[in-house]
Structure formats: C-alpha cells, structure tokens
Write a protein that binds this ligand. Sequence first.
Ligand SMILES: [Zn+2]
Length: 569
Amino acid sequence: MQNLRILLILLVLLSCSNEEEKRDISSVSRGDNNEDLSLLSEDFQEKIYSPLPNLHVAVGYGLANSILVVGDGESLIIDTMGGIETANRVIKDMGDLNPNKEIKIAYTHFHADHTLGAGAFKENFQINGVIGHRDLEAEFENFMGIKRTLIGERSQKMFGLILKDKNFSDGIGIKLEAGVDTSGYLKPDIVFDKTHSEEVGGLIVDFIHAPGETDDQIFVWIEEMKTLFSGDNIYKAFPNIYTIRGTSFRSFRSWYQSIEKMIALEPEVLVPSHGVPIIGKENILEILKNYRDAIKYVHDQTMRKLNLGGNPIDVAQSIKLPKSLRENPYLFELYGSVEWSSRNLFNGYFGWFDGNPSNLHPLEKKEFSSRLRGLISDEKLLEEIKGSFEKKDYQWTLFLTDLFSEENIEVRNLRAETLRILGEEAYNPNAKSYYLSEYAAISDIETSKGFVTAESSITDKMLRELSILMFLDIMAIRLDPKDTEELSETVKIKFNDLNEIWELRLHNSVLTYKVVETLDDIDIEMESLTFKKLLTQKLNPVVDILLSSNLATGENKAGFLGFVARFRN
Ligand SMILES: [Zn+2]
C-alpha cells in the first residue's frame, strides 16, 4: 500500500503541477513564540550560579551541568560533565566554593554528558562513594559497547560536532564535550533500586528512582534545603521523549509519573542538570505541572488518534500541544519534538510494524528505487527534483533524491543544497544539526574533527571501569558467520586479577560465554586489563601476547588468539 500510494502520488504529480499545500518544515517545531536559539544561548553562558550559600551550579561549561552541594567536611557532586578536560575547568572555577577534600559523587543517569568527567574529580578529591541507580552500569556499558558505533555516528550529527563555526546551542546546553574530551567514567559503588538515603557532610540526601528520559534516571532531594535536583527529567525545552541519535523506548507514563513525585515534594529550589536553576515554589510547581501535562497530552492524544485508525506518521504530524502549553518557554521544541515523540509512542507500544501488510516484507530499498526509476524515467524524476526545489518543496525534493545513488553528481548537489536550506531553516537544534551535518558530509566542505572514535584511544583507567561482559558482548556482534557454520570451538581464559575462569564457546555461529569453576584445560591466563587492551587493539596479539610471556601465559596461546581473531566483523 505504502509503495502504491507513493507511486500514485508520483504519477499525479508528474502529470499536473503541484499546487497542493505543503508542510513548512522550518515551522514544524516552532511554538507561537519569539524565542530563538541565539536567545537561548544566553542561558548557557559559562557561569557558576549559587542559588543557596552551599549550593553551586556550573552552567555552560559543556552540554550538562555539574552541581556542588557543600556539607560539613564533605561535599556532594551531582553529575560530572562529559569529559576530563571540561570537568577540570569546572573544578578549577568552583575553587574555594568547595572547602572540602572529601566528596561523594551522584550520577542522575548514565548518559555520557553526566558521567565521563568523573575521573577528573578522582584526581582532585578523595571520593567516598559514587551513587547511581542499579541499572546505570548495564545501561552505560550497552551504550558504550554494542550500541557505540551507531549512536556515535548519529550523535555526531545530532550535536553538529563536525560543523565548522557552529553558532547555535544544542537546545539544552552549549555544546557536547562527551566523546571529544578524554573519557573518565567511574562505575558506581553505591547502587539502589527504588530509594536510597545517604548522609553527606551532615546533610541527609535522598535519591529516588525516577524513570523518564532514561530508565535508570534518579532525582535527588535534600529536604532541609527544600532543593530538588531533577536530572534530565526537566530542562528548558520540550522533553526529548525520542532522540534522533537513536535510543530505546522512553516511557511517557514513567516520565510523567516521575514528575508527579517531584511535584509532591513542593521544592523551593529546582536544579536541573541542564540550564539555569529555578527558584520559588509557585514558579517551580507550575513548570513541573505544565511539563507533566505536555507529556501526558502527547501520550493521550496519540493513543486516541491511533485507536481511531490513524497511521503513526499522520497521527504524529497532527498532534499539536494546546496553546497554553505551546506558548510555555519550558515547552518550546528546542530539544525534544512533539512529532518525533508521538512516533516513538507507537514504536514503543507496538514496534515497527504499522499494520499495513505491504510492509511485512517490503522490497529492498535499492530494488524499490530502481523499479520506480524504471517506471518514471530518470529525466522526469530529475525534472521533478529541480521543480520542487525551485518551489521550495524541500521534503519532497529530499525524498526524491533518495531514489538516486550518490554517484549522480547533479542529484547529489541538489540534495546537498536541500539539506543545507532545511538545516538553516530548522528551529529544533537537533534537526538543524542533523541536516547540516549530512550536508557537510556529502558536499566535501571542511569540517571539524568530531568524536575521538578509535577504540585504542580509551585510557587504561577507563578500561578498568568496564566489565569483561561488555567486551564479550562486543566480540559476539563482530562474528561474520560465513565460515563458522560447521564450527564448534571452546576456549577457556583465566583472568588472574578477578580470579575468574571464563569459557567462551562458538557453536551455531553464536558466541556464548560464562564463568566456570573447573581449572582444567585453561588455554590462556592474563589480567582482565590485558584482555580488554587486546580487544581494543591497544596490544598486538603476536608481539605482545604470543611471542612474550610478560602479559599472558598458558599452553594454548596460539589457539586462543586464533579463536579471538574470528571476531573481526
Ligand atoms: Zn543530559
């Protein structure tokens, strides 16, 4: 149906002129407001806010905030910035505001912009504990492990990291430093499921699980300061219920229920992990209630329209916040988008199948394009691309350019121009950066360096914080099953520092792994760090492992290395 519909539209369009009303993408995300990105950037001037004498918030140093609560003899750091260099600048500027040498760290959630700066604090303070939700470690390792390649590529586009002279903010912060700075994550050693109370320098601090932007999200509450630290469940933009860098489902219901828990506390100071602190109970309660309502509105209206038979894309495009919410500066679509969020509700509740049987086994993209082009002819399509570009019908232009390969220079140039214009006109910074990054990528213009992507750049300190399981999971997704169908192999490796023996088994072209008790038939022994360095290509398997006994011993080093070599994509 979908393909037939597209075909019919194409035929109609090619036989008569297109006077149909078109959607103005640039205004899709804009509320009835005058605020724009440059104005918002004023919120992200590098500055330390001190809403209370013992409370200091570093805003504008990177994408997120780092927050200091000073107790008697010990301080609490909530979120650590996205990398060592940026965290060091915060520590330096906080300077005398923190008289304590001892600190506890709390992560509001696993995202890199909140966790990767922790190592800098370790260099400067005695850390008495790192607090986070029990699921944080697994979430972090999934993100940094098997999802890293794709999320990395897409984050780079969403945050416009490769854009030279980027002069707009990312909506919730000035710029992403995570992945650019040196990474210095510390894994939490105080974890909890629902709630946890901790004394920090004489202050009783409550940590409350509050799933929303992530499932491991928490908020922090200090009753005697009437202060709420909301993590990423509140920022000055419509919530990012779906993020285009790619993410698992973010539950609408959990999110608005978490906000209701915050409302019940009646905070007098609200310190988000992005943007400036908010003061005053009435003000805060109004913001929280409107935020809750916006999330619930999109949820309820999307479900209503889906139940009435609408298809997910049409429904998502039809959802508009009521005027009272649309005009609220805390709900401008400067980070999340109503349309993308609504689509994610369908995806989260029902998965990828939209109910149309044409989409059960669709044609391969390439096949679909070439058949369509065979039917319509490249000349006519090209004419339509040029015509729609002239008419500023950019979404249609972009879609038609998808039908051609990148080798067609004329189409590629028109695609690049279309992306550039869409990027310049877009209101939502994520959309803006994504369009402009794609434009930069296909038009060979000079770009900035972006992420440090080489695995070998991960420091040993960082490797130590990551589990063996994460590395085995990465190995497993690198198996090309082409030559392994008949194979059944098992190897055993002993990690001396962990005193653990892991059995790795390749069978049915699947790698499985488990800790075993038996000491028999151990192929190789090494420190866990050596194994991690081997897998991240920081060590040479032949020179460092096979030909030397400094880092690894065992009867069957060669056999083990041969086994590992199968996992190279
Ligand atoms: Zn964040």
